[in-house]
Ligand binder design. Sequence first.
Ligand code: FAD
Length: 347
Amino acid sequence: MKFWTANHKPHESPTRALYGVVMTGWFSRLVVGMTIRMPKWFVGWVSRRYVAGNTIDDAIKVMKRLSKENACFTVDVLGEEITNLEEAQYFIDEYKNLISAIIRHNIDSNLSIKPTAFGLLIDREKGYDNIRNLVEMAAHNDMFVRLDMEDHRVTQATIDVVVDLHSEGLTNVGTVYQGRLFRVLSDIDYLEEKLGPAADYRICKGIYLEPEEIAHTGYSEIVSATNACIDKMLESGSYCAIASHDKPVINHALSALKSYGMGPNIDDPRKNSGKPRAGKGPGYEFQMLLGVRGPLRRKLSKQGHRTRVYIPYGEKWYEYSIRRLQENPTVGVQIAKAFLMPWSNRP
Ligand code: FAD
């Protein structure tokens, strides 16, 4: 069952849940199918809520506004897999300008990058050099760089880049693990073995609908697997950024944190944890996407948890939006909700 990611909640009856799942898949595909055939302005209208704008100034403006809600940030220059190495230069230049702008405006932000946009799938060595170049510049400015995790073709290559950069002394870098992948628990063991408590994860469910041979495809399994990762990461002493808008994941994380005596305004009490880093929370933080579940994020922030908003911006917003829609048609439900019930799920 690859065409949907189940969206039912555990308290629902199985029949209702099944109906919800089927309807969600069918309805989502319909809305997504319609949206990608719409004129660019309509896709722009849909994306407006999730994309900060075209330029660095647009991203800075959004971050200044959300700083007032006590948020910190990670910024992503939109665009993904390049087809020739020259295209990587756009990302290198843009991220460098972005670092300067973040410093100049004194914004509490780090960076998120897509390894394939730096050429990792075209030429491993050149892609690695491009990424190192940027991570070095970020290190000079005490800034952390997160390597977003893309589809399974680059899972191992992305993990390897992080390990190699650490071995070169660049420890201001970490990656993302996707709870839906079967391999993820052994990947946590692997990074623990290689990096010890310097491992710094973002844990999410995973946006790519991976084949059922390598990944969970049902909602409950994905939630359980993601929660198991959170437990293992916390147990290993690593830094754990919980990237989810889903209450069963957030509530699980909150109770797991409690069991380790971790929480707002408490220094990380775990005996095996790494050194605190500038710009990070006490061993953990919550992360959400721009435009999604603002009320929940503000609630966590009010409780004192460090909350980071993922800010995508860039000229390639159209390609990004279309690709995201095609990749994960369940977003269709969110589009319909934003259109029909604009007051729900406020940014
Ligand atoms: P869901 O069950 O999908 O969502 C819970 C609820 O949140 C929904 O019912 C809805 O109300 C709301 N919601 C969720 N998504 C949206 C949306 N797009 N629009 C409106 N409302 C929405 N995936 C990767 O594969 N690699 C990455 O590097 C990566 N980085 C991420 C970084 C951050 C900060 C976040 C928050 C997510 C990232 N993801 C990444 C995506 C992630 O894997 C999930 O696909 C995504 O977060 C949806 O899962 P969820 O846990 O929020 O739960």
